[in-house]
Design a protein around this ligand. Structure first.
Ligand code: HEC
Ligand code: HEC
Length: 207
């Protein structure tokens, strides 16, 4: 929490000063991770609602996710490069992942795990946040600890993650396009539309 807050302040200061200050980043992105930063942001903190932030993701989860994209076990959603020399060119995560070797994935994992996750400030409805908090505590907490903000759960980061992205993933899990962990699926299926919306607002509200 403190770390994220500090990171946020640093970001704000650097924006104000118009300087490019890296947020506690240990080093510049290795070559293998350069293409990632065009969409996920220089340090893995995305500024696009459809692109998840991947800073501080555990190496295990990052590798598992990239392997799934390589095998097309996750939907290959069309996306376009948001910056850099390929700006505007269409691609998707399956194609991006297919170009990575095992050594690239190791380098990429080591880089992003060391970058602090910057929680995205988003507009949330206080009533939904309150309702979402109880949904979270009852149905999600056991696997997504610390409000879904603990990288060691190897389940992505939901606290302060892009709400658009979370919403889309829940939809994929429910319609089977993305295979959900066996014990998570019944929890998601038991939620009403309103409860799904509420839990998304809860994760979005965490700062
Ligand atoms: C053209 C833009 C683009 C590029 C380049 C890109 N990504 Fe992505 N990435 C996305 C989008 C959009 C999603 C969400 C896709 C979805 O819904 O499955 C995503 C999803 C992911 C996820 C899943 C996140 C989660 O929470 O499960 C990981 C991991 C990831 N990208 C890693 C990478 C890495 C590593 C690279 C560089 C080798 C990279 N991406 C390059 C756009 C991009
Ligand atoms: C039994 C453990 C478990 C429970 C309970 C659980 N999850 Fe998950 N969840 C996981 C795991 C493991 C993953 C990572 C799946 C993967 O690797 O593709 C995950 C992934 C996710 C993701 C995608 C993260 C990303 O970055 O793409 C979302 C969204 C999510 N869970 C929401 C929820 C919500 C909402 C609840 C409560 C209603 C919940 N989960 C309950 C284990 C669980």
């Amino acid at each position: 929490m403190k770390k994220n807050f500090a990171a946020h302040i640093l970001l704000v200061c650097s924006a104000l000063l118009g300087m490019s200050l890296s947020v506690g980043a240990s080093a510049a992105a290795p070559k293998a991770a350069e293409s990632c930063t065009a969409c996920h942001g220089a340090d893995g903190n995305s500024t696009d609602a459809n692109v998840p932030s991947i800073a501080s993701y555990s190496e295990e989860y990052l590798e598992r996710s990239l392997t799934k994209y390589q095998k097309k076990e996750r939907p290959c959603v069309e996306s376009e490069y948001l910056s850099g020399s390929k700006k505007g060119t269409k691609t998707n995560m399956c194609k991006v992942a297919s170009e990575l070797s095992a050594a690239d994935i190791t380098q990429i994992g080591a880089y992003f795990v060391a970058q602090p996750f910057v929680r995205t400030a988003q507009t949330t409805d206080p009533e939904l946040v309150k309702k979402g908090k109880s949904v979270y505590k009852l149905k999600c907490y056991t696997c997504h600890s610390e409000d879904g903000g603990f990288p060691g759960d190897h389940a992505g980061i939901l606290a302060g993650q892009k709400m658009t992205y979370i919403k889309q993933q829940i939809k994929y899990f429910k319609d089977g396009t993305r295979v959900a962990p066996k014990k998570m699926l019944p929890k998601l299926e038991a939620l009403s539309e309103g409860e799904v919306e509420a839990v998304i607002h809860y994760f979005g509200s965490i700062q």
